[in-house]
Design a protein around this ligand. Structure first.
Ligand code: 6SG
Length: 207
C-alpha cells in the first residue's frame, strides 16, 4: 500500500519526510493543500491538531512531522544498527530539530528584525555539527549508514546556505558532507527535479 503525504506545496516540515522516501526509493502520493484551501477551514478542521503534514500508511493516519519521520525511518531501517546507535541518532535528531525550530521562528516571526543577528550567531551552531561530522569516520552524524538525522541536517544546511550563501565556507567537513549526501543517486535526481526546485522552502515566501 502506497504512502500518502498531505501538505502545503512547500518544503517546510514535510521535506525531510519526502527526502527519506525519495532516497530510499519508496513511492508515495502527494496531496498538496493550497493556502486558499487551508484558509477555507474544512481541511484544517479534519486534522487531529489542526495542522499539516498528515501521513497515511494503509489504515494508519499520522500527524506531527516528527512522529511521521520516525515512523518512516523505523520502517526503512534508518534508526541505527543497534540500541547505542539508535540513542545517538535520537540525540543528533533532537539537535537538528533545535536548529530547525530556530530557523522556523526566524522565518515566520522575526525575519526582518532578526535576520542579521541570526546570521551572526549561525557559525556557533554550525561549528558543533562541523566537529561532529569531522569526528565521525563513518561520514554521517552517527555510524557508517545514513539515518533519519542526516536527512534533517542535509536540508538544514541547504536552507541555511540560501539564507546566508557563505554559511558553510568555514566548515569543510559540513561542505563535504553536504556534497556527498547530495550526490547519492536518488537524492541527486530529486534535487535536480522541477518538483524539488519549484517548491518554495517556506510558506510565507521568505528564505
Ligand atoms: C505549518 O506548524 O507552511 N504546520 C503548519 N499551519 C497551519 O493553521 N508540530 C507540528 C508538526 O511538526 C507543526 C506543524 C506545522 O507537524 S508548516 C500548519 O499546519 C495552521 O496552523 C509551515 C508553513 N506555514 C505556512 C502556513 C500555511 C498555512 C498556514 C500556515 C500562509 C500562512 C498562513 C496561512 C497561509 Fe499559512
Amino acid at each position: 500500500m502506497a504512502f500518502v503525504l498531505t501538505y502545503f506545496p512547500v518544503r517546510g516540515r514535510a521535506e525531510s519526510i519526502r527526502l527519506m522516501l525519495k532516497d530510499q526509493g519508496k513511492e508515495f502520493k502527494e496531496v498538496p493543500v493550497t493556502f486558499d484551501m487551508w484558509m477555507e477551514g474544512t481541511v484544517k478542521n479534519s486534522c487531529l491538531f489542526g495542522q499539516l503534514p498528515k501521513f497515511e500508511d494503509g489504515d494508519l493516519t499520522l500527524y506531527q512531522s516528527n512522529a511521521i519521520r520516525r515512523h518512516v525511518a523505523k520502517k526503512l531501517g534508518l534508526c541505527g544498527k543497534n540500541e547505542k546507535e539508535a540513542a545517538l541518532i535520537d540525540m543528533m535528531d533532537e539537535a537538528v530539530s533545535d536548529l530547525l525550530t530556530k530557523y522556523v521562528k526566524l522565518i515566520y516571526q522575526e525575519y526582518d528584525a532578526k535576520k542579521a543577528d541570526y546570521i551572526k550567531q549561525l557559525p556557533c551552531d554550525l561549528e558543533r555539527f562541523e566537529k561532529i561530522i569531522a569526528g565521525n569516520k563513518g561520514g554521517f552524524l552517527v555510524g557508517s549508514q545514513i539515518s533519519i538525522a542526516d536527512y534533517g541536517l542535509l536540508l538544514q544546511l541547504l536552507n541555511h546556505e540560501v539564507l546566508c550563501p557563505s554559511a558553510l565556507d568555514k566548515f569543510p567537513s559540513l561542505q563535504a558532507y553536504k556534497d556527498r549526501l547530495s550526490a547519492r543517486p536518488n537524492i541527486k535526481a530529486y534535487f535536480q527535479s522541477d518538483e524539488f526546485k519549484n517548491r518554495p522552502i517556506n510558506g510565507n515566501g521568505k528564505q
